[in-house]
Design a protein around this ligand. Structure first.
Ligand code: MN
Length: 277
């Protein structure tokens, strides 16, 4: 069975449409979404509608939660943050918010012998970023169960979203980040070493293929990373509706997070010499 796994649409309708079109042509039997359908882009409502129609399983991302709850401490937040919350909430209905708040945290299945566990960011919280440069110890914890996982077994394969795409092997286990459909970027960047940014700014998703539901190791399993180009300029046609349009345009066009200082500080904490890479 072929299963497509998508994540982090962030209200980018053109990216979502291009990705779903690509999935359709690859004869996939099931689509799973790892969350963050909304926030950042101006088309969250249309994205929720499409995701509900096309995806069999949808998990909750940190933004789905954050922009759907009532913030009782709203007045204590910075003016800019208040504006962000109100704006993102104004783009979706009460029913959309209810839908997002009721999404599950985790999904699991066996495939060709491996226990595959899916969540938005970590097995404990959906708002922490585990990066490809994190330690083996930190990455190992991604395979452990928590109160929020479906089973209490250690996973063999972990698939998550929230950041940028990579794959690694640790202790016989496979950790995969599928990247983002609508807010794609790479975090290790260097003007002299970067390739064309159009490679980065495409939509990312993953296809996993194998014997669905089988606990036997006797069949093959494969992971395919796919990058789909989409019409970024068309998505930005409505950018005047966006209260964060400069940041949003920068991220979509440059394939870089709006606050590289924050990312570089995180890297330094992990012992990565960002000034030399
Ligand atoms: Mn997220």
């Amino acid at each position: 069975m072929k299963i497509a796994i998508i994540s982090d649409i962030h209200g980018n309708l053109e990216a979502l449409k291009a990705t779903l079109k690509d999935i359709e042509k690859r004869k996939v039997e099931k689509i799973i979404c790892l969350g963050d359908i909304i926030a950042k882009g101006v088309h969250p409502k249309e994205c929720i509608e499409l995701i509900r129609k096309k995806c069999e399983i949808v998990l909750q991302g940190n933004c789905d939660f954050y922009f759907s709850i009532e913030h009782e401490d709203l007045n204590k937040k910075s003016e800019q943050e208040q504006k962000r919350i109100k704006w993102n909430q104004s783009l979706i209905s009460k029913e959309d918010r209810e839908y997002l708040l009721n999404l599950p945290f985790c999904y699991e299945f066996y495939m060709s012998g491996s226990l595959v566990r899916l969540f938005h960011a970590t097995p404990i919280a959906n708002n922490r970023a585990i990066l490809n440069v994190d330690s083996i110890e930190t990455k190992y914890k991604m395979f452990l169960p928590s109160e929020k996982t479906i089973s209490q077994n250690k996973a063999d394969v972990v698939i998550y979203g929230h950041i940028h795409p990579y794959m690694d092997k640790i202790y016989n286990k496979t950790i995969i980040n599928i990247g983002s459909v609508g807010n794609s970027f790479d975090v290790i960047r260097n003007q002299n070493k970067d390739s064309d940014v159009l490679e980065t700014t495409k939509s990312n998703y993953l296809i996993i293929e194998g014997e669905y539901g089988s606990k036997e190791y006797s069949s093959d399993i494969s992971f395919q990373f796919i990058k789909v180009p989409y019409d970024i300029d068309k998505e930005l046609e409505d950018e005047n509706l966006n209260i964060e349009k400069e940041n949003y345009r920068f991220e979509l066009k440059q394939g870089m997070y709006r606050n590289m200082t924050k990312i570089n500080d995180n890297f330094r904490k992990l012992g990565v010499d960002v000034d030399r890479i």
